[in-house]
Design a protein around this ligand. Structure first.
Ligand code: DOR
Ligand code: ZN
Length: 420
């Protein structure tokens, strides 16, 4: 017998333009079309209903970094921004490079996360990549091809060897490609020069050259058109490189300090010019506390929060008719799910029943309304549309600012041997 519906989203405008009811049951879409039963109903007439996002690049912190963020606060921030799946990065303290650490991380997320999740494996010359794959790592990296906050660079020889091993496993290598120089790094302008976009594009080429085994590559947070053009793997871009430039901040403002750096306005506009080539938008949510960011520029950590504002910023652009809704759905939900092998959320029968429902009213982003523990946002005052309701695994998990936590789903990678 078919499982009973958990929720019916009524009057949803589908991508085809047709308006229909979506019946959700057992975490999936079970019927598309008029519904006549007695299950819980939610009228979505006049709203934007889209598959919830898969943010494949977040740093959920936790442990000794819990003052910045942890699974509880970071995942609430995700949900309140229409993201129901996050992929956690392994540059935790200590770094996530043993199967035991991976199992602990999964357990922590299962107990505290409000959203579904996956966990990536760190990559160092000593990491037992094969055991990490067996333990359920979703992908490998971000692999630091230049040092960054809490990430040591891996050299070319070790990187080539790692690609050989990841290729044999059939895994995805996700790369933080940058090239740094040793000039003083004292403000946002010099930060952009020390980690230049030219250096980033050359690092992309070097990484591809080192990939003699033709391992599947995913380039994280490409910050300029020339880097996007250099990449032959999948390309990820962040909201901060699309919506912020170094010119929008006071030169000494560490809240704009991030790796790769914010670029000039001209480069930011150039990046928008590559919209159709960008495979994935991911936030690189990397919160640091206000106190940490108050340090002098050279000592302040790089990284900015963004998981909650990612889709809302993009939807405001859809409403302003700058980009189309289908491309936002593709880059924030379908494409990352496809790349990682996570079941797609969507409007067809059998699709994962994760949706976010938005009104058509933009508002201005205010840090005080957001949920990240870090308590600040570099997007303050920008136009955005936040979800009124978020559905995860077929049930309401967020409504009108209230959270209804459910057991999250862990998406293990393809190599998982089922041992924890
Ligand atoms: O700015 C960054 N912050 N870039 C990274 O690659 C790491 C991240 C962090 O973890 O803080
Ligand atoms: Zn990175």
């Amino acid at each position: 017998m078919a499982p009973p519906p958990t929720l019916v989203l009524q009057n949803v405008r589908l991508p085809s333009g047709r308006v229909a009811d979506l019946t959700l049951a057992a975490g999936k879409v079970s019927h598309v079309g008029a519904y006549k039963g007695t299950a819980e109903l939610c009228d979505c007439r006049g709203c934007i209903v889209i598959p919830a996002a898969v943010d494949m690049h977040v740093h959920m912190r936790g442990g000794v970094q819990s003052a910045k963020e942890d699974w509880g606060s970071g995942s609430m921030s995700a949900i309140a921004g229409g993201v129901t799946v996050v992929v956690d990065q392994p540059n935790t303290i200590p770094p996530l490079t043993t199967p035991h650490a991976l199992a602990d991380r999964v357990q922590d997320a299962k107990s505290h996360s409000y959203c579904n999740f996956a966990v990536n494996s760190g990559v160092t010359p000593e990491t037992p990549l094969e055991s990490m794959w067996d333990a359920g790592a979703m992908a490998f990296g971000e692999i630091f091809h230049a040092p960054s906050s809490y990430g040591d660079a891996i050299d070319g020889v070790a990187l080539g060897a790692a690609f050989d091993r990841i290729f044999k496993l059939g895994g995805l290598a996700t790369i933080h490609a940058e090239r740094t120089n040793t000039s003083p790094d004292t403000d946002l302008v010099s930060h952009d020069l020390v980690r230049s976009s030219l250096g980033e594009s050359e690092a992309v080429r070097t990484v591809q050259f080192l990939n003699r085994s033709d391992c599947r590559l995913h380039f994280c947070h490409m910050s300029s058109a020339r880097s996007v053009d250099a990449a032959s793997g999948s390309v990820e871009v962040t909201p901060h490189h699309l919506f912020l430039s170094s010119e929008q901040f006071d030169k000494s403002d560490t809240c704009g300090k991030v790796n790769p750096p914010l670029r000039t306005e001209a480069e930011r506009m150039g990046l928008w010019g590559r919209w159709s080539r960008i495979d994935v938008i991911a936030s690189d949510h990397a919160p640091h506390t206000r106190e940490e960011k108050k340090q002098d520029f050279p000592g302040a950590p790089s990284g900015i929060p963004g998981v909650e504002t990612m889709v809302p910023l993009l939807l405001a652009q859809v409403l302003a008719k700058k980009i189309d809704l289908a491309s936002v759905i593709d880059k924030t939900s379908y494409a990352p799910a496809r790349l990682l092998g996570i079941p797609c959320a969507g409007f067809d029968i059998g699709d994962r029943a994760d949706f976010a429902i938005y009104s058509k009213k933009p508002e201005l982003i205010k840090a005080e309304s957001l949920h990240s523990r870090c308590g600040w946002t570099p997007f303050e005052g920008q136009k955005a549309i936040f979800p009124n309701m978020v559905v995860m695994n077929g049930s309401i998990t967020y409504l009108g600012g209230e959270f209804y936590r459910q057991e999250p789903t862990w998406f293990a990678g393809k190599g998982y041997n089922g041992n924890h």
